[in-house]
Ligand binder design. Structure first.
Ligand SMILES: NC(=O)c1ccc[n+]([C@@H]2O[C@H](COP(=O)([O-])OP(=O)(O)OC[C@H]3O[C@@H](n4cnc5c(N)ncnc54)[C@H](O)[C@@H]3O)[C@@H](O)[C@H]2O)c1
Ligand SMILES: [Zn+2]
Ligand SMILES: [Zn+2]
Length: 406
């Protein structure tokens, strides 16, 4: 039987490539596995040989020690793979299929799944609604930054690419369907972006750049991205975004210089709870900054899409309230302006097929926009470190050589 090498969290600031078991059609005990999930049978699952598996800002929250993730947790929720085995309950997915895996694990059977709210499936995580591979408090499904990974409810979860050769040609783009492209697009959709909208996106990381790509696909008139990282802002300009340098102060003034008014129709938070302050506070953590500034600059009646992650427990929070996920929000501003808010995991399955068709039809160049780069699995520690230092790069691990010739 094949072995399995995987990227594991080893305590704050540290990841390592370790040997783990090759998956079977059962969820075994291990770091972060909820006791109620131990021994869970997965006859509806498929085992994938990993084609591409990306490092995400969400992983960084764990790796920075900003969650309660246990040491040895195997990381990785952004998975693209080739099916190498299917369980006896799998009817339609076949060995040899090339597939994208939505990072949300969902059952396809519960009330929320039936309403396409796959980010809050009720049946896969005994802790709370919603689940993901390789993530703290998400039930303990083993992460996919590995050579092989088990995907439950395979017929439901997997998105099959229609043609293998065509898929391998665009594989770096298609690798973004497991999370950031749908997530950024969802941020734009839930911010109400449509033809002619003006949009501000906080955060020029991969999710912010994916939201910008999504806003352009949806027909926005102006897409403005704010960050304090000059390289990431240059990356945003490389595909037609306007940018706001938040080391210079609050976004409103710079937005006014671009649009003639200090407000936008739609706003997206692609930063989350590790947000930094603006202007003279640029180096300091200020977890409510993004949400408060988005409420300020969004026109009355507008909407905030909030894919940026907020947590219920943060050991590194700036004060006792933040350590419990409680932030100092100016909700009165939002209320007075009748703003709408959409939070939570992106229900990837709602968008991944249409975004796949946009990629295959050459209408979306997400890999170029986020500067996706393939690296070997042994380079994962370097990828994590460079990404954490703010590289304008989306790192894609290549554990089985499928990406060697890109
Ligand atoms: N909802 C979902 O389903 C989902 C899915 C994927 C990622 N996420 C979350 O989205 C967020 C972004 O992910 P990413 O991979 O792009 O992360 P990232 O860490 O690479 O990017 C975050 C960016 O925000 C910038 N930033 C910090 N403070 C800011 C501020 N006040 N204003 C503007 N920019 C600021 C940082 O400089 C950085 O470039 C993370 O919180 C991640 O967990 C959510
Ligand atoms: Zn992710
Ligand atoms: Zn469900």
């Amino acid at each position: 039987m094949a072995g399995n090498r995987a990227v594991a969290y080893k305590g704050p600031g540290k990841v390592e490539v370790i040997d783990i078991d090759y998956p079977t059609f059962e969820l075994k005990d291990g770091p972060g596995v909820n006791p109620a999930n131990v021994g869970r049978k997965v006859p509806h699952g498929a085992i994938l040989k990993t084609v591409a598996t990306n490092i995400c800002g969400s992983d960084q929250h764990m790796v920075r020690g900003r969650t309660t993730a246990p040491s040895d947790l195997v990381l990785g929720h952004e998975i693209t793979g080739e099916v190498v085995e299917v369980g006896p309950g799998v009817e339609f997915i076949k060995v040899g299929d090339l597939v994208s895996v939505p990072f949300n694990i969902s059952c396809g059977r519960c009330r929320n799944c039936k309403e396409r709210k796959t980010g809050i499936c009720l049946n896969v995580n005994p802790d709370r609604p919603g689940s993901a591979y390789g993530y703290v408090d998400m039930g303990g499904w083993v992460g996919g930054q590995a050579e092989y990974v088990l995907v439950p409810y395979a017929d439901w979860n997997l998105l099959k690419f229609p043609d293998r050769d065509q898929a391998l040609e665009k594989i770096l783009d298609l690798a973004m369907l497991s999370d950031i492209f749908p997530t950024g697009f969802h941020g734009a959709v839930t911010a109400g972006v449509g033809v002619g909208s003006t949009v501000y996106i906080a955060g020029a990381g991969p999710v912010g750049l994916a939201a910008a790509t999504g806003a352009m696909l949806l027909g926005a008139a102006a897409v403005i991205v704010g960050d304090m990282n000059a390289d990431r802002l240059a990356q945003a300009r490389s595909f037609g975004c306007e940018t706001v340098d938040l080391t210079k102060g609050e976004p409103a003034d710079q937005i006014e210089q671009i649009l003639g008014v200090p407000e936008v129709d739609c706003a997206v938070d692609a930063v989350g709870f590790e947000a930094k302050g603006h202007g003279s506070h640029a180096g300091e953590e200020a977890p409510a900054t993004v949400l408060n500034s988005l409420m300020d600059i969004t026109a009355a009646g507008g909407a905030l899409g909030i894919p940026g992650l907020y947590v219920t427990g943060d050991p590194g929070g700036i004060d006792a309230a933040a350590q419990k996920g409680s932030l100092s929000l100016s909700l009165g501003t939002g209320w007075a302006k009748s703003l709408s808010f959409t939070t939570g995991q992106c229900p990837v399955m709602k968008y991944n097929r249409s975004l796949m068709m946009a990629i295959l039809g050459d209408k979306a160049h997400i890999a170029k926009n986020v500067n996706a780069k393939a690296i070997g699995i042994d380079d994962a520690p370097r990828g994590y470190a460079e990404f954490d230092a703010g590289a304008a790069t989306k790192y894609v691990l290549n554990p089985n050589g499928y990406l060697d010739n890109l």
